[in-house]
Design a protein around this ligand. Structure first.
Ligand code: APR
Length: 380
């Protein structure tokens, strides 16, 4: 089957769906191809915070009711150092710009409902003629039918392992990779959530606890050499009590365990011919600062604005403006990563630096405001 559209979007994650929604609401025809089944996409649990900049994307497009309803504004952030609590009022420090809690699976479900037609279980997606004015995408549907879509632009929103970035000749891009040498065990547990998002710094390693609904928590525990998936639950709870400095931390059934390795990756430029990359297809960031999903949404909004504008200049500026934001976030995430993890490393000099970095946030109002500004999302 042959068809024509203005923009072929590969991937129905936060980036692809936000782009599709913004384009369709502005009368621009697009087709969204997704490798997975709808149920998988709707249930995938990953990020959970929309920073203030990302919430404004939906506000400004008149989509706040459809997308943001019921998502609570974040208030305080607790940074606990060796068991001693310290609070930052991030929204106030950022000039009244709160982030909002919205689990990714709920955001994705709302985006899917608003977008409408998405082609799930699209197999063997392949990109063709990227440097021509009429690129094409071919794929096979779930029943084995072959399809070809001719378009004006392709948006590669298919995540880190997708086909889009791999369709660019390697000589046409530079990639930057960094292994932070840090791993976390993440747990979902039926344990009462903390009142405020909680990050704990200690010489035993980093730990964190965030609310996942009224009766569940997501915990993070830095691990060192051994395999944390083999840790008995009793050891997990002992480590959480120790690192959170809370001997009476309520426990609960652990319903999910996963390992997260802290890696960063950036592709430059984020475009090749008529293909534009957005979100994880172009860059990976550590979870510190919660910028992964927010960068994906910001890329989508920048790309949508350029496609709606339609001028060659707007599309040419896409890559450099997204990369400026991406590197800014990478630097913030690395800064934050060192601050909360270096208390547990062997090097005494770096431990002292990390302590000074932490204390500056509570001694210097401008330093706290700069931190809050980055947490809320920079407006460029
Ligand atoms: N063909 C079609 N779809 C594909 C293909 C392919 N070859 N490869 C991957 N996909 C789909 C995936 O199944 C997935 O649904 O592309 C989608 C990519 O979505 P994400 O990986 O969520 O990427 P993105 O939209 O950029 O959002 C990334 O969101 O989960 C947060 O913090 C996380 O940084 C991350 C951000």
């Amino acid at each position: 089957m042959r068809e024509t559209t203005r923009v072929a979007i590969i991937g129905a994650g936060p980036a692809g769906l936000t782009l599709a929604l913004l384009l369709r609401r502005n009368g621009i025809d697009c087709v969204v191809l997704e490798r997975r089944a709808r149920s998988y996409v709707e249930q995938r649990q990953r990020a959970g915070v929309l920073d203030h900049h990302a919430t404004r994307i939906f506000d400004q497009a008149g989509l706040a009711d459809e997308i943001l309803t019921g998502a609570p504004a974040e208030t305080l952030l607790e940074l606990r150092y060796d068991g001693s609590p310290h609070f930052l009022d991030v929204p106030s420090l950022a000039g009244g710009r709160p982030s909002r809690s919205l689990p990714q699976q709920l955001l994705v479900r709302r985006l899917l409902a608003a977008v409408g037609d998405v082609r799930f279980e699209a197999r063997e997606v392949a990109l063709h003629d990227l440097t021509s004015s009429r690129p094409r995408v071919t794929y096979t549907d779930a029943d084995g039918g072959s399809h070809e879509i001719a378009c004006s632009y392709i948006a590669g929103c298919d995540g880190f392992h997708g086909v889009s970035r791999r369709s660019i000749p390697s000589a046409a891009v530079t990639t930057y990779e960094f292994d932070h040498g840090i791993g976390w065990l993440t747990l979902l547990a039926d344990a009462p959530p903390p009142r405020y998002p909680l990050m704990a710094i200690s010489s035993h390693g980093y730990a964190a606890q965030f609310a996942r609904g009224p009766a569940a928590s997501r915990f993070y525990l830095q691990f060192f050499a051994d395999d944390p998936l083999a840790w008995p639950s009793s050891y997990v709870w002992d480590q959480l009590r120790l690192r959170l400095g809370d001997p009476s931390l309520p426990t609960g059934t652990i319903t999910d365990r996963e390992v997260v390795e802290m890696r960063s990756f950036v592709t430059e430029p984020m475009a090749y011919g008529r293909l534009h990359l957005a979100g994880d297809a172009a860059h990976i960031i550590t979870p510190m600062g919660a910028k992964g999903m927010n960068l994906a949404l910001s890329d989508a909004a920048t790309l949508a604005a350029a496609l709606i504008d339609g001028s060659p200049g707007a599309l040419e500026a896409y890559s450099s403006s997204c990369l400026a934001r991406t590197w800014d976030a990478q630097e913030f995430s690395r800064w934050f990563t060192e601050m909360v993890h270096d208390a547990g490393i062997a090097d005494p000099f770096r431990r002292k630096l990390a302590r000074a970095r932490f204390e500056r946030l509570f001694r210097s109002p401008p330093a706290a405001a700069a931190f809050a500004d980055l947490m809320s999302g920079t407006d460029y």
